[in-house]
Design a protein around this ligand. Structure first.
Ligand code: 3PG
Ligand code: MG
Length: 399
């Protein structure tokens, strides 16, 4: 990779220089309390921030959180994240209550060497996500004025052509942070020459989100295991009835086509857990996929499917997993995701977990993170990388 790295920047010396770091601190929040439910993305950026602090830089961190619509929206404030980041760094984080306004300007101006500031949510500004180059550029000018150098450590956002990801690096000396570097190193092993058998497990709710990656992976993988909400559109494509399960009707034909062209590589569930309703306490049973009652919906893969998937995974030398197998947040429908995750940890393989949801599932289920080869912080980003797409944030670092 012809990209300059944090080590190159550190070698130049950053003491007393302002370093603008784009992080992906888009963490899940509890809907009721607003509390951070998984701080994995905050932890993931600590190596980069710690190195800059130690080297005496004035560290200015920026990030998005959620999808506010280009204007301030308190429920998406990064304030709580500043608190958590400070705890993890063991030093206070100076929080600016706007992104490029008076608060940001004075917060950055007041930073001492080795101190860290966090700007308010980038997406409180329409320029961040604008499709208009000039509007994005104007916002990027303001952001760039806070740094003498730029570090991209926001792997989860490298697939977005946004001002902080794509336009700021055109305005400042730029390098890849430790997280971005590690993510790209790991994922490039999967697109290069993965050790075989290479088994991919895909889940999650929407087939339409995964079609491009399925297309791209089919020629490369040895087996593609499909679970989660998206499996019902595939089951329908096989001519089965799926009751009131999640179904993307306009994708059935595409799924049928994929199954025909897959050369038997795609493995679908043989049994599923069906429930009366989408609720933690709903009555539920395991049924064969050809016996899904018309009034019930599938919320997890069944035990026989888990056993089949586990057998395929036990042979693998390389594994990529993206997307839960069922509604793992509800204990009654968590066994599929847990079973697959455990099978991955037991396999004698290099395993990569892709995506915010699957990474959060690993932690929520209490699984040992260190028994996976790599847990990516990027959902969409890791999928687009595997699709072979040009990622705007990486391309911007290459220039
Ligand atoms: C993510 O959570 O996938 C990243 O933070 C990117 O967020 P976005 O999908 O809202 O751009
Ligand atoms: Mg996302």
């Amino acid at each position: 990779m012809s990209i300059r790295t944090l080590d190159d920047l550190l070698a130049e010396g950053v003491s007393g220089r302002r370093v603008l770091v784009r992080a992906d601190l888009n963490v899940p929040l509890d809907k009721q309390t607003g509390a951070i439910t998984d701080d994995g993305r905050i932890r993931a950026v600590l190596p980069t921030l710690g190195a800059l602090v130690e080297a005496g830089a004035k560290v200015v961190v920026c990030s998005h959180l959620g999808r506010p619509k280009g204007a301030p929206d308190p429920q998406f404030s990064l304030g709580p994240v500043a608190g958590r980041l400070g705890e993890l760094l063991g030093a206070p984080v100076h929080f600016a209550t706007d992104t490029v306004g008076d608060s940001a300007r004075s917060t950055v101006a007041d930073l001492a060497d080795g101190q860290v500031a966090l700007l308010e949510n980038l997406r409180f500004n329409a320029g961040e996500t604008s499709k208009d180059d000039a509007e994005r550029g104007a916002f990027a000018d303001q952001l760039a004025s806070f740094g003498d150098a730029y570090v991209d450590d926001a792997f989860g956002a490298v697939h977005r052509k946004h001002a902080s990801v794509f336009d700021v690096p055109a305005r400042l000396p730029h390098v890849a942070g430790r997280l971005v570097l590690r993510e790209v190193e790991v994922l490039s092993k999967l697109t290069g020459d993965p050790e075989r058998p290479y088994v991919v497990v895909l889940g999650g709710s929407k087939v339409s989100d995964k079609l491009a990656v399925i297309e791209a992976l089919l020629p490369t993988v040895d087996r593609l295991l499909i679970g989660g909400g998206m499996c019902f559109t595939f089951l329908k494509a096989q001519g089965l009835e799926v009751g009131t399960s999640l179904l993307e009707k306009d994708m059935v034909e595409t799924c049928r086509n994929l199954l025909e062209r897959s050369g038997g590589k795609i493995m679908l569930p043989v049994d599923v857990v069906v429930a009366d309703a989408f609720a933690p306490d709903a009555a539920h049973d395991t049924v064969r996929v050809d016996g899904i009652p018309s009034h019930r919906l599938g919320l997890d893969i069944g035990p026989e499917t888990v056993a089949g998937f586990a057998a395929a995974l036990s042979q693998a030398k390389t594994i990529f997993w993206n997307g839960p197998m069922g509604v793992f947040e509800m204990p009654a429908f968590a066994a599929g995701t847990r079973g697959v995750a455990e099978a991955i940890t037991k396999a004698d393989a290099f395993s990569v977990v892709g995506g915010g949801d699957s990474a959060a599932a690993v932690r929520a289920l209490g699984l040992d993170e260190s028994s996976f080869g790599h847990i990516s912080t990027g959902g969409g980003a890791s999928l687009e990388y595997l699709e072979g797409k040009t990622l705007p944030g990486i391309a911007a670092l290459e220039n």
